[in-house]
Design a protein around this ligand. Structure first.
Ligand SMILES: *Cc1c(COP(=O)(O)O)cnc(C)c1O
Length: 401
């Protein structure tokens, strides 16, 4: 008997071109701080129509850099949706800020304008920023969120870790890319292997003004300055007023959040394939949507959003486990026994013991509902149509009993 291959809920795809790109960096003079970083940043900015892109070692570091660049510090409140990966909220805490968890839509898991306004009313200090998350690759309503935030002077950082390649229509009908920062100050992307493109570990922060871009670039490298108007005049300049050739200066606390050229080479090579990857992900989503439609209402797919053309990172469905009489753990075990992986993304961050200690038990009915019924199915670039059929067959057996 041939063994059926296991289908995980997500995985990377590395081809020979990717391997060759990495090997060529290994043979070059720069393993880090070399030219591949700038090349990756330039291509990424082009791909997302962002004015600037600053690469860093992972998206958690990118989110932390974003908080620092925006001057978020102790006492500042930042509104974060409660259904997201830990890092979105943790970045605020790393900078000493307070997280105000917003509730989310029970179907999409996205924070909408009403959730944002309700969370703002619960803030116990001055609100500095809001961090919308494009969960699973579905896009938060940026024009609506920005209409609330900018009127009140809040900065906006999009956690776009799931959303590379997505586009949306603004209120004026014009189309925009995720990452272009049309309705935000900064957008953060991850290249963890499970994400849409992989660099091993890696992240990028896109921006639209040089002041923020320059701060991001300095803070990712210890705030180490080798030019400009130095503060320590006697150390910096020689008798003729020329800067000493060895001189560098740090004015605030920075970090080593650099990406290596090895990682950048993989990211850059993967980025060349973004269109193919996006097409495949859109096709897989359409296949699942159609094949799973007959299982409603016990299993519900998530409807497409008007005006939005996403490139999904995760394919999530909602299952009424009470109605089918199988609890979620058993359901997942049975799928696994049939060679099919699935995952629950995410446990509401506000429920983590660390955050419960900080902020107590919050009433987040939308997040609780999303969490209670959601399940991510196998979804990745190399998933085949026949694999989707296998998943659908297995789900049909489980759901229809
Ligand atoms: C993956 C992810 C991150 C963190 O990315 P890393 O590159 O692993 O640090 C942050 N936010 C969301 C929503 C993510 O999915």
């Amino acid at each position: 008997m041939t063994e059926i291959p296991f289908l995980p809920y997500g995985k990377h795809a590395v081809d020979q071109a990717d391997i060759d790109a990495v090997v060529s960096v290994l043979r070059s003079d720069f393993l880090t701080t070399g030219p591949t970083i700038a090349a990756f940043e330039k291509s990424f900015a082009e791909a997302t129509a962002a004015p600037f892109a600053t690469a860093c070692c992972n998206a958690t570091a990118g989110l932390h850099l974003a908080t620092l660049a925006l001057g978020i510090g102790p006492g500042d409140c930042v509104i974060v949706p409660s259904v997201t990966f830990l890092a979105t909220a943790n970045a605020v805490r790393m900078a000493g800020g307070e997280v105000v968890f917003a509730d989310v839509d029970p179907t999409t898991g996205l924070m909408g304008p009403d959730h944002l306004a309700a969370a703002a009313a619960r803030a116990t200090g001055p609100i500095n920023a809001v961090f919308p998350v494009h969960l699973a690759g579905r896009l938060a309503d940026m024009p609506a969120l920005a209409a609330i935030a900018t009127g009140r002077g809040w900065s906006i950082v999009e956690d776009a870790c799931h959303a590379l390649g997505g586009t949306y229509r603004g209120p004026d009908g014009s189309e925009g890319n995720v990452g272009a920062c049309r309705h935000s100050d900064l957008s953060v992307f991850s290249f963890h292997p499970v994400k849409t493109i992989a660099s091993g570990e890696g992240g990028i922060v896109t921006s639209k003004n040089t002041a923020l871009r320059d701060r991001l670039a300095l803070l990712r490298n210890h705030d180490m300055r080798r030019d400009g108007d130095f503060v320590n005049k006697e150390l910096a300049y020689d008798a003729a007023g020329q800067p000493n050739p060895w001189y560098y200066e740090m004015r605030e606390l920075g970090y080593n959040y650099r990406l290596s050229d090895i990682h950048a080479a993989l990211g850059l090579s993967q980025l060349q394939k973004l269109e193919t990857i996006a097409d495949r992900r859109r096709a897989l989503c359409a296949l699942y949507d159609e094949a799973l439609a007959p299982l409603a209402p016990k299993l519900r797919t998530i409807p497409a959003q008007p005006g939005i053309d996403p490139v999904l990172h995760l394919y999530v469905v909602h299952i009424d486990f009470n109605a089918i009489g199988i609890d979620r753990a058993t359901f997942m075990h049975r799928l696994r026994a049939a060679g099919i992986g699935s995952q629950v993304l995410y446990i509401p961050v506000a429920w983590q013991p660390y955050y419960r200690d900080q902020y107590g038990d919050l009433d987040l009915p939308g997040a609780a509902s999303y969490y209670g019924t959601s399940l991510a199915l196998p979804f990745y670039n190399s998933l085949k149509d026949a694999d989707v059929e296998r998943v659908v067959d297995e789900l049909t057996k489980l759901v229809q009993g």
